[in-house]
Write a protein that binds this ligand. Structure first.
Ligand code: HEC
Ligand code: HEC
Ligand code: HEC
Ligand code: HEC
Ligand code: HEC
Ligand code: HEC
Ligand code: HEC
Length: 252
């Protein structure tokens, strides 16, 4: 993006997994003016911002180079303010270009670079389809029980996997993230595991009398021969892993 700077400044974060480095956002000829200057025209957003995820971080005293609130995502605002504001007027909108988010969230950037990812780098999606940058709750949609809400956020775009089924797979109650990475993964379909280990987390192999060493029993059914032919959700096996209207064993 043309207006972005490349200079890098190190920032210390209290979280070990959190963002560690950032390059200040740049808008030609503009300087930082602080949140007060935004409140004049964006009063509603400025009122809710302190209780948002990023507002709380700033409130806790974590300062970033170049601005410590609105401008950490939108860039220095002096020219936008001087121009009386307006769309596309000397201000960055990370809802259009996620670079502003990536400069702090390097790990998330790396996840979207993995071979299987939501098509965000391709410009077909954006962070704000799943995250609310200003609200009390950074996850969309806000409100409700955490897991129901999370599945609901995926359901907006993935109907077949989330519609009710006659034979439901109780795994879905744990939420989509039991099996899928939300941003990206090395595994096909963004799965957290590429193989039967995905399912064996909950469906323990059975031990005991009658089970010979090397034989795999799942749900009292010998699976040794099946697993030589593919994985649990290969063709002919549990392909209806999100739920089935026909088969209790989720085969179709
Ligand atoms: C100036 C640096 C900075 C920018 C820019 C930034 N973040 Fe963050 N963000 C942080 C820090 C610091 C945390 C807290 C540490 C952590 O959880 O990684 C955080 C936390 C988060 C969280 C987790 C919040 C939680 O409650 O668990 C999400 C989601 C998030 N950011 C999304 C975004 C999105 C989307 C953007 C762009 C619109 C963005 N961030 C821009 C610094 C930044
Ligand atoms: C003098 C009034 C005024 C001030 C001060 C002001 N803005 Fe704006 N801003 C506007 C107007 C008007 C719009 C257009 C909104 C619309 O069309 O709904 C706008 C739009 C925006 C947009 C959307 C830009 C886009 O291209 O989509 C962002 C982001 C923004 N402002 C951030 C800020 C920030 C951050 C500050 C403080 C540094 C600030 N504004 C200060 C009036 C102002
Ligand atoms: C974590 C990054 C982040 C921070 C901090 C942040 N914003 Fe935003 N802002 C965004 C993103 C992302 C969008 C795009 C939202 C969308 O398209 O739904 C946005 C959109 C906007 C818009 C345009 C809204 C519209 O109608 O399209 C305005 C105005 C704005 N922000 C002002 C502010 C103000 C004022 C603050 C400080 C109180 C602030 N933002 C803090 C990320 C941030
Ligand atoms: C398809 C939906 C989706 C999109 C698009 C998305 N996220 Fe997320 N993100 C999630 C979910 C789901 C979580 C996990 C929340 C939880 O565990 O409660 C998450 C977690 C996070 C976290 C905190 C945990 C972590 O992995 O560090 C950050 C930071 C974050 N996202 C940033 C971003 C940024 C920045 C973008 C855009 C570049 C983005 N996300 C785009 C769904 C999404
Ligand atoms: C705003 C729409 C949107 C939301 C919300 C969304 N996705 Fe997606 N998802 C997509 C798009 C677009 C693709 C790419 C589809 C394609 O390439 O055919 C995709 C692809 C996928 C894929 C891989 C499919 C494949 O063929 O490789 C999985 C798995 C997935 N999403 C799971 C999730 C989960 C889990 C969530 C909730 C955390 C979620 N999605 C939220 C739009 C969305
Ligand atoms: C028990 C694990 C598990 C859970 C929970 C789960 N999935 Fe999946 N999902 C899979 C597996 C395995 C595949 C791969 C199926 C295949 O390749 O045929 C898959 C594939 C997908 C695909 C790609 C479908 C296609 O036709 O390419 C999407 C989209 C998806 N899941 C979305 C979701 C959503 C949304 C949720 C939450 C409501 C969810 N999944 C919960 C295991 C799971
Ligand atoms: C989060 C835990 C969890 C995960 C992960 C999980 N399942 Fe399940 N699954 C369950 C529960 C709970 C049941 C219902 C109780 C039972 O039959 O064990 C169930 C039931 C089933 C059934 C129906 C069994 C019957 O006898 O009615 C099949 C088939 C199945 N799962 C396949 C899979 C496959 C394939 C995977 C991997 C893609 C998988 N499960 C991953 C929790 C999980």
């Amino acid at each position: 993006m043309a207006v972005m700077g490349v200079a890098t400044a190190l920032v210390s974060s209290c979280s070990s997994v959190g963002p560690v480095a950032e390059s200040p956002l740049r808008i030609e000829g503009a300087t930082y003016v602080g949140n007060q200057a935004c409140a004049e025209c964006h009063a509603d957003l400025c009122r809710t911002f302190p209780v948002s995820a990023h507002g709380r971080i700033h409130g806790a005293g974590l300062k970033f180079s170049g601005g410590s609130g609105c401008e950490s995502c939108h860039g220095p605002g002096s020219r936008h303010v001087a121009a009386g504001g307006g769309r596309g007027k000397f201000i960055l909108n990370p809802g259009v270009d996620p670079e502003a988010c990536f400069r702090c969230h390097l790990e998330v950037h790396a996840q979207f670079d993995l071979p299987q990812h939501h098509p965000l780098p391709e410009g077909k999606m954006n962070c704000v389809q799943c995250h609310d940058p200003h609200g009390r709750d950074i996850m969309k949609p806000a409100g409700g029980l955490a897991m129901a809400r999370l599945n609901q956020s995926c359901a907006q775009c993935h109907r077949p996997e989330t519609k009710p089924a006659v034979f439901e797979h109780p795994a879905l109650r744990e939420g989509c993230l039991i099996c899928h990475e939300p941003h990206g993964s090395v595994n096909l379909k963004m799965l957290v595991e590429p193989d039967p280990n995905l399912c064996l987390k909950c469906h323990a192999q059975e031990q005991g009398p009658g089970v010979r060493p090397g034989e795999i029993f799942i749900g009292k059914v010998p699976h040794t021969a099946f697993l030589r032919q593919g994985t649990c959700w290969s063709a002919g096996c549990h392909t209806a892993v999100h739920g089935s209207n026909m088969d209790r064993l989720l085969r179709y």
